[in-house]
Design a protein around this ligand. Structure first.
Ligand SMILES: [Zn+2]
Length: 408
């Protein structure tokens, strides 16, 4: 039988008191308590698997009620999904659980000069999480954050002069750094390590890396603002395969849906069978490291990554279809050079109806947190268009909620 948990019972079950405490907290949330009424305290992995899964909205409901606080440190409030309206929040103590990551994964060492290129601010967690890891490694840190298009040449020259050995960011952002360096004919010969988190790896990155920093290798983390870092990989692992941390219990449910249960008593978010929307399976990693690794097969829900943020396309479509005169809507995402260039909402109007396209566009842009943030510097890259027909798959005849196109 294929194992459905990342840890064997003898490794996980002694730590299930954390899951029992999380269950106790969830039972105090009025909106969630009834669903746990028929479930006893989980003492075994089978009993964990029998608990109802938590979805993102459930976790938001729980956090709004629980408002968790760290006993030992400050409590940081970060963006946690939720693509419309105000940001939904997740909580973490100072340190962001990175000591547990560092115990098993040390891509950085004391001699590194590390560029933290994850954006800081706007309640994004990744920059601070990476800073905590770098802090534990004792390396030198250059906290650059996000930069605008015309700032790349100046920063790249500075980084080359500083002989940086490591850089970290989301793959979309890393592509911009390497593409700008390559276009300028600039090399980062000392660069050895490229840390990434937040999106799937983009194989096209390797081409630019080979030209700019031939000795650089990728080091990946997998996680979310709700679970924090779940697993990590090394240059010897496939880019979609991660080794889960022992304090993260990964479960593969029906339809390959992954859910996550924290075994870390310090965890503030009540993560108990939490589904991120990712699909995956447990495999033996070709790197040879023993234990069960998690291969991520992609997302199964309607959330797609737009410039490092989750966009719930079903919500956008539902909102557009509530507009008078609109019969159907579809989201078209166009990638340019591997990055999301534009997002368009295509509208099929009722016969003879006129739709106030520009007003709907402004409304969607201002009401959709991911869109307003991702297109802050180029709002014209988000458009609403009336069309004669939506885009269908010629093979299946299906018209999907969203379509992704690649433009070179
Ligand atoms: Zn591996």
């Amino acid at each position: 039988m294929t194992p459905s948990f990342s840890l064997p019972p003898e490794a996980a079950e002694p730590h299930l008191h954390v899951a029992r405490r999380t269950l106790e907290r969830l039972r105090t949330v009025p909106g969630l308590a009834p669903r746990y009424a028929d479930h006893g305290e989980p003492l075994t992995l089978d009993q964990v698997a029998a608990l109802p899964p938590l979805l993102k909205d459930d976790l938001n409901v729980a956090l709004a009620h629980l408002e968790p606080r760290s006993e030992q440190t400050a409590t940081w409030i970060f963006q946690s999904g939720g693509s419309t309206g105000a940001p939904k929040v997740g909580h973490a103590p100072t340190g962001f659980y990175m000591a547990g990551v560092h115990a098993h994964w040390q891509p950085l060492d004391h001699d590194d000069v590390f560029v933290n290129a994850w954006g800081a601010g706007r309640m994004w967690g990744a920059h601070f999480l990476a800073a905590a890891l770098a802090d534990l490694s004792g390396c030198r840190i250059i906290a650059v954050g996000s930069v605008t298009a015309d700032e790349y040449p100046g920063w790249l020259a500075f980084l080359a002069a500083r002989r940086v050995t490591a850089i970290g960011g989301t793959p979309s952002v890393l592509r911009l750094w390497f593409a700008h360096a390559r276009a300028a004919g600039l090399k980062l010969p000392a660069l050895r390590k490229v840390l990434w988190l937040g999106e799937a790896w983009q194989p096209q990155l390797e081409e630019d890396m080979a030209a700019v920093a031939p000795d650089a290798r990728r080091w990946g983390m997998f996680g979310s603002t709700e679970t924090w870092v779940v697993g990590t990989n090394t240059p010897d692992c496939p880019d979609d395969t991660f080794h889960p941390l022992p304090e993260q219990l990964v479960h593969v449910g029906p339809d390959d849906r992954l859910d996550f249960t924290t075994l870390n008593p310090e965890m503030l978010n009540p993560v108990l069978r939490y589904r991120t929307g990712d699909a995956g399976r447990l495999v033996a990693c070709p790197c040879g490291r023993p234990g069960r690794a998690m291969q991520v097969l992609g997302r199964q829900d309607s959330v797609v990554q737009v410039r490092g943020l989750g966009l719930d396309v079903a919500e956008v479509v539902a909102r557009a279809e509530r507009e008078p005169g609109v019969s159907r809507a579809q989201v078209l995402i166009t990638h340019q050079g591997g990055r999301v260039g534009t997002v368009e909402v295509l509208l099929l109007a009722d016969r003879g109806a006129t739709v106030d396209i520009e007003r709907l566009r402004r409304e969607l842009l201002s009401a959709t947190f991911t869109l307003s943030t991702a297109f802050q510097h180029d709002p014209q890259s988000f458009q609403v268009r009336q069309v004669d027909g939506l885009i269908s798959n010629d093979r299946t005849g299906k018209t999907a909620t969203f379509v992704v196109r690649e433009e070179s």
